[in-house]
Each structure stands twice: as C-alpha cells, then as structure tokens.
Design a binder for this molecule. Structure first.
Ligand code: GLA
Length: 383
C-alpha cells in the first residue's frame, strides 16, 4: 500500500485523501448457495486490491492502474450510460450504486494496484468494488454499513453488468478474518461462525487457466433453475421460500414433482448447505480428514448435479485425489473454469503444487498458476 501511495503521489503530484484495501476471496465450501439464501464457508485471502484517491474539481475521473500504468478515465455522466469494456465499469457501477443510496458522486483521480489474479475465481472484481466503495464513502463521510456496501457491490454485478450473482464475493472481502474461515448465512446476511484452518494445513489454489467469463456462462441459467425448483417445492412444503429451506431428505421425497435438471440443481444446493453445516462441526472438532472429504463430495456434486465443472477442473481434482498430501479439493466459485482449491499439509504444499502443475501440464498441455494462500483480513481503510 505504501508503494501505491508513493506512486500515486509521484504520478498525480498530490497526496491521496484516502487509501483503501480489499482482499480477494476463496469459496471454501457452499457452491451456488448464496443466492439461495443458504450457507457458505469462505475466507478472504492475503492478495488484495489497493485503491487510493483524491477528489478533484470538475466531472472527469481518472484512474491509473499501476499494474501496467494504463490509464482509464470517464466523465461522471458515464454513470447514466452503458458500462464501458474496461475495468472502470466496476468503479462507475459502484458510484452508481452508492448514488442510489444517497451518496453524491464527485470527480477524482485514483491509483489502483492489485495482486488478486484476474478472472480466475478469486473475485478480483468484488475486491475492486469493495476497495473503491470504501474509499468513496470514507472521503465523502457517507455512512454505509459493511453489509450494505457488500450489497452495493452485488448491485454493480446485478444491475449494471447483468450478472445475477449472490453476495458471497463482496461479503467475504469485507468480513474475512485473518487465519480464519468464516461461515455466513445468506438469509440473515451475517457471519454465524468462525473456524481456524486446522493447524498444519493450507489451501493451495490451482488455476486451470481456462478463463471463466461468468457473464457469457450459464451462471444466470443455473440461478433460474434453482428459483424454478424452489417455486415448485414451496407448493409442496408450505413456508419454504428458497432452496435453503429444503433438506436433502425433503428433496428426495418431492423429486417426482421436479424435472431431472431441476432436481439435480436443487440436490447440489441442498447438499452443499448440509455439507457446510457438517463441515463446521468437523472443523470445530479438528477433523481435517472429514472436512477434506466434504470438499471432494462438493466437487462431485458440481460434476453430477450442477454441471458447472469443466474438463480441466476435473483433471485437477483427479490429480488431487491420487496425491496423499491432499485431503480434499474442489472447484471454487462460479465454476465453468477458473480455480480449484486443495487442502494440503503445509509443509508439503510447495512440493505438492509442483507435482500437480507437472501432471496437469502433461495431461492438458496447460501451465497452471499456483498460489499457496494465506487467509487474510477483510477490507479496510488504511489512511
Ligand atoms: C460466483 C458468484 C457468487 C457465488 C459463487 C458460487 O463467485 O459471484 O455470488 O454464487 O459464484 O458459489
């Protein structure tokens, strides 16, 4: 962050008024449960996005991305137009969402730097939304709760970019806790538990390098499938509203009222909610083996029920299954490409990552990107 502040100051010949930082996130367990008002285990990662800014006169906003010194600029009138193609769309979208909540947008110059890998499934876009949202509201003295700021970030995706994602990414970026996995309830929208990652284990993130472009993917269709299934089930189980209200047993009983596809989508979500609760119990007992098995089970359900895996992701999880250093692995995030997370003994993590990369290259011809993740704190204002 210090470096970003210095670069900003040298580049714009002024000091920033605020510096904010927001991490990427890992979905540990609980796939596509957030928009079904279910449960998720997630964490913030050590990789963060920094956003510094100073207000200026006029209506022109300039953002320098210090990863490549590229400059993006827009006029405040862009808030009322279609999103541009570059990364400023997240910033414009956030200004717009905040404006809807009573904030008055102002012109600014900003500097941006990020270590969160792009389009991989670690929520680089949510990190940017949260970092800039924090910075804007701080400078303006605009009072917004962290949960509402997360909703504003979700609004950028839902309303501005047309992607019907849930609240997981922005929420985890804001509420993550160092060295911890948080359990969140997306009905009450709160953190309901915190678990230490079992000591001696780390998450290794292995990027399949097949980009998932969620907008172009079946994400919105998956959400629609879930909502259709929930609607039918609410007729059978009065009082139930979303798939969160349905247990795997209830689903099995009502299976005949759903199409095969709706049934499998619902089986994934109800199964994931049950696995999250089970995992929380196992983590409390320190049963790391059992916890790892649930990660594998989650991946299998993605393959069989939710159909949001890919050939590359399946190869990575298959390699994991055959390596004794790994206790569990699964795709993480939206799916359809992106990353896998692997629960691995810490002292074997580097060797493990090397082995998986080698085998993955052999089987696919693709050089995977690997991160041994530390679990970081949630977003904050630094200055
Ligand atoms: C993406 C979305 C999240 C969540 C996950 C799947 O990351 O942005 O809201 O739905 O996929 O769990």
């Amino acid at each position: 962050m210090q470096q970003l502040i210095e670069r900003f100051t040298a580049g714009f010949k002024m000091a920033p008024a605020v510096a904010a930082q927001a991490p990427g996130r890992l979905e540990v367990l609980g796939n596509h449960t957030d928009y079904n008002e279910g449960f998720v285990l997630s964490c913030a990662v050590g990789q963060t996005t920094g956003f510094v800014l100073a207000p200026v006169a006029g209506s022109r906003c300039v953002i320098r991305d210090f990863r490549d010194n590229a400059e993006m600029s827009f006029d405040l009138s862009a808030l009322d137009r279609n999103p541009p193609r570059n990364g400023s769309k997240y910033i414009i979208g956030m200004l717009k969402e905040l404006r809807e909540r009573g904030f008055k947008p102002f012109a600014f110059v900003a500097g941006l730097e990020s270590k969160v890998p792009l389009s991989a499934g670690m929520s680089s876009s949510a990190a940017l939304e949260v970092a800039c949202g924090l910075a804007f509201s701080h400078v303006a003295g605009f009072d917004i709760s962290p949960a509402e700021l997360a909703r504003a970030g979700q609004g950028v995706e839902n309303n501005f970019l047309g992607l019907k994602t849930g609240l997981l990414d922005q929420f985890s970026s804001l509420f993550g806790k160092k060295d911890s996995i948080i359990m969140s309830d997306f009905r009450s929208v709160e953190v309901v538990g915190t678990h230490a990652l079992p000591s001696g284990y780390v998450f290794v993130v292995i990027n399949s390098m097949k980009k998932h472009t969620l907008v172009d993917s079946d994400y919105n269709i998956r959400r629609q499938d879930c909502e259709n299934a929930a609607k039918i089930l609410s007729g059978i189980y009065p009082g139930s509203r979303t798939l969160r209200d349905i247990t795997p047993e209830q689903l099995a009983e009502a299976g005949k009222y759903l199409s095969d596809r709706e049934f499998r989508r619902a089986a994934h979500v109800t199964g994931e909610c049950a696995r999250v609760k089970q995992a929380a119990g196992l983590l409390s007992k320190g049963d790391v083996q059992g916890f790892g098995e649930l990660l594998f089970a989650s991946h299998l359900s993605s393959v069989e029920n939710f159909e949001n895996s890919s050939e590359e992701l399946d190869i990575l999880v298959d390699i994991a299954r055959h390596d004794p250093a790994c206790l569990g692995a699964r795709l993480s995030g939206g799916g359809f490409g992106g990353i896998t997370i692997h629960l691995v003994k810490a002292d074997e993590a580097a060797d493990y990552a090397g082995r998986v990369r080698k085998e993955y290259l052999k089987r696919t011809g693709i050089e995977a990107e690997v991160f041994i993740c530390s679990l970081g704190d949630g977003a904050k204002i630094i200055k």
